[in-house]
Design a protein around this ligand. Sequence first.
Ligand code: AMP
Ligand code: ZN
Length: 465
Amino acid sequence: MSLKLFNTLTRQKDEFKPIVAGKVGYYSCGLTVYNYAHIGNLRTYIFTDTLRRVLEYNGYEVNHIMNITDVGHLASDEDEGEDKIDMEAQKTKKTPYEIAEFYTQAFFKDMEELNIQKPTLMCKATEHISDMIALIEKLVNKGYAYVTKNAVYYDTSKFKDYGKLARLNLDGQNSGARVEVDSEKKNPFDFALWKINQPNHIMQWDSPWGRGFPGWHIECSAMSMKYLGETFDIHSGGIDHIPVHHTNEIAQSEGATGKKFVNYWVHANFLQIKDTKMSKSLANFYTLRDLKNMGFEPMVFKMFVLMAKYRAELSFTDEALTAAKTALEYVYNFVTQISEEYIKGKEDWIKVYEEKFLEAVNDDLNTPQAVAVVLEIIQEAYKRKQFRIYDTLLDFDKVLGIRIKEKRESLKEELPDEIKTLITERENARKSKDWAKSDALRKQIESSGYILEDTPEGMRCKKKE
Ligand code: AMP
Ligand code: ZN
């Protein structure tokens, strides 16, 4: 069954065909590390990781690159205002490197808590300055860039297809997309590749145009092409990247190489709060830690994200999170209650659900449908009293990443060894129909502070409350 992805370039679901059979080059725009990630950012990174998981589920070997923006991202994406990290450094009297390192580690922790896999490589902008300079030199030499007093600018009028990704209307200056602030710009859409003569900016590097620092967009062109080649398969990000950041990446890369940059552009929609985009600048955001304080564990948030299509706006509400919590508990209850005998093997009725699951995830990552399949299987198992579905659930969890195995094993680990031995002895006694011994062992277990429940899914043991 083929995988279909909604491609922003074509505005339709395209069948995914890799450049090299069996392999995928995949780049995702990473976090600007000047503050904690908010859960809107994290929605995007859950999507980014789910896409990689779906590719791997389909048997592809994925080379997944994600950048860490630690310089150059200005307060507004339209290349205006101050550098976000520089600003935070000045405010807190720390170095930009300290700020970046602190929030990078915090981001890694969030990823780990959400079971977001580390990309194959995470690369920092500040460690790729020479790659960016080399790319800018190419653009200058080819006539795609010009130098002014303040910056090296990309000349958007020179790039024939400028704005094709976003289908920007470039006619006239009142297209509303961006405001011209620097009178040195030849065209309102021109953007900085390298800033110079900015004495207040802390991080500065030498360049052929003078000491300065890179614009935000050039880092992604330079790093993606360095690690994945001049043309690669998939590039992802949030929808806010379409009109500016990704539009500019295409102009830079295709201007420099004369080749198509990316085959599939895939974008996730926003997490909204009260009909507004959650964002740091609006101060209407929550972090993962805030959610925990509200009683929602990271896996509940992940389930909440998976229960919506990535291309749909998602509203952050208490009710929706509670619904996700209920669904997650339903899955967790099942996998922690089934007895050992159901852990291996498969019921013969499972195949149709396996097909439905693959069909869902391959249909442009229809994760709400995939979650529905998981819930349906568990329901069916209860109905039929046939519980050999754990293996299948683990297989689905390769895509969903909701830690099914860890959940079961963490509960098992809470039992001390002597209780585990008593349980095994009791199971053996029951198998040989030695009911007197089995009863005696049950009493022994109970007098040690544990209770045994014979449930329809088999025996369950837990600590007395
Ligand atoms: P930034 O650190 O600003 O570069 O943002 C990191 C990622 O989070 C980008 O891919 C953005 O598109 C994404 N993002 C920002 N706000 C939201 C939001 N409210 N919902 C979903 N994704 C978001
Ligand atoms: Zn980027």
